[in-house]
Design a protein around this ligand. Structure first.
Ligand code: CMP
Length: 397
């Protein structure tokens, strides 16, 4: 395969992965969501019985069109499968075969079944049956979007506390169902006469759903119901807390890895030892900006400084001139060092990834790593002098 085709394949692979931060990646994601939205909307509407025939046919054609687009996407995903990290060792054909029989591959294929039904001649009559497969579109989205992977990792990382909460849930459930069974079965033999029936009431109450189909009528039963409702809120609150903490820790871990990858491109950090660097990495945040976005304006208060890990920024000086800053450069340090407002406006000249260091962290790092603080200060001094010279060179008004 030619180098050109190989880089095209890598580019398409990055695009299809929903994590590509470039403009093209954003456009692709937006297009994908719109197409998916149109398709699902059409499937939902088509399930309404008494729609006019023209509307039904319009919806059917919309479903076919979306299925054809997803078929093209499936073929592309199959083509770029050799770019997946886990198939790197395999030959391109084996990589594609392995992807085709993986869960995302199978779901992707099933989601294109309406196209095959169309080709097989089920043009109009078969469309309603084909729409069953369209439900897989939403699953496909979950499999390719990073969110589901994150959820799986959170559940795996937090399995011990989640299991603890579930055990607590079952203990409360069984105790409450048994108590209600004993207290209520005399008055309501149908609803509370057996433990499975009492368990149904307990589940509906503990999850705070409360259908109201079964209600305790004795004083004791109502007391159990009250305790169960309050326990339900507490158990759900604990579960929410466990998952929220898990998500936040997972995001912090991923951000750490993202920063670690980027930080190597910034020369000012290159001389630092691993321990120092790992401390700094924990304080940096990545930010992606498309081209021509203003990062800071002259006169704004300065609350952070930035390191360019990829892309290019343009500093618009008060003298009217501009300075380009490329990969590895930093800006926004002058306001922090001088505790003054921003001295210039800075905007992206190309799509750019920045590492952000907030002021409080900057002061802490500067006090602990004098070599880093000195390097930043020397550059700030040079810039200050350059700006003074430029101003001095301006024609007097
Ligand atoms: P700050 O004043 O916080 O905000 C604007 C930033 O532009 C400034 O910090 C510097 O980082 C940067 N800057 C100002 N003048 C120059 C220059 N002459 N060359 C490169 N960068 C500059």
């Amino acid at each position: 395969m030619t180098a050109q085709a190989s880089s095209l394949r890598a580019r398409i692979h990055a695009l299809l992965h929903f994590t590509d931060p470039s403009d093209a990646g954003r456009r692709w994601r937006l297009l994908h969501f719109c197409v998916l939205g149109v398709g699902l909307f059409a499937v939902i509407l088509l399930s309404i019985d008494n729609l006019p025939l023209d509307t039904r046919n319009g919806l059917r054609y919309a479903i076919w069109a979306v299925a054809i687009l997803f078929f093209i996407e499936y073929v592309l995903r199959l083509w770029v499968a050799p770019e997946e990290g886990r198939y790197r060792e395999a030959s391109p054909t084996m990589a594609r075969l392995q992807w085709a029989v993986s869960l995302p591959g199978l779901v992707g294929l099933l989601a294109t079944v309406p196209v095959f039904m169309w080709l097989a001649g089920y043009r109009i009559v078969g469309s309603d049956a084909a729409s069953i497969f369209c439900v897989l579109w939403i699953l496909k989205l979950g499999l390719h979007a990073p969110a589901l992977g994150t959820l799986a990792r959170v559940v795996s990382n937090e399995r011990a506390p989640i299991a603890g909460v579930l055990v607590l849930f079952f203990i409360v459930l069984v105790i409450a169902a048994t108590a209600a069974h004993q207290l209520e079965r005399g008055r309501q033999p149908e609803a509370f006469g057996s433990l499975p029936n009492a368990l149904w009431w307990a589940v509906v109450t503990l999850t705070t759903t409360g259908y109201g189909d079964v209600v305790p009528v004795t004083a004791g039963g109502r007391l159990v119901g009250s305790v169960l409702m309050i326990s339900g809120i507490s158990v759900l609150a604990i579960m929410t807390g466990v998952l929220a903490t898990g998500f936040s820790q997972e995001e912090r871990r991923r951000e750490y890895l993202r920063v670690w990858e980027q930080v190597a491109r910034v020369p000012i950090f290159a001389a630092l030892g691993v321990v120092t660097l790992s401390e700094i990495v924990g304080k940096l945040r990545t930010r992606y900006y498309p081209s021509h976005v203003t990062i800071m304006r002259r006169g704004d208060p300065g609350d952070s400084m930035f390191f360019i890990s990829s892309g290019e920024c343009e500093v618009r000086l008060p003298s009217g001139g501009t300075v380009k800053l490329g990969e590895g450069a930093f800006f926004g340090e002058m306001a922090l060092l001088e505790r003054q407002p921003r001295s210039a406006t800075v905007a992206t000249a190309r799509p750019t990834t920045l590492l952000v260091l907030y002021a409080s962290d900057f002061y802490e790092i500067a006090s602990r790593i004098p070599a880093l603080a000195d390097a930043v200060e020397i550059e700030a001094k040079r810039r200050r002098e350059e700006n003074l010279e430029r101003r001095a060179g301006e024609p007097k008004r």
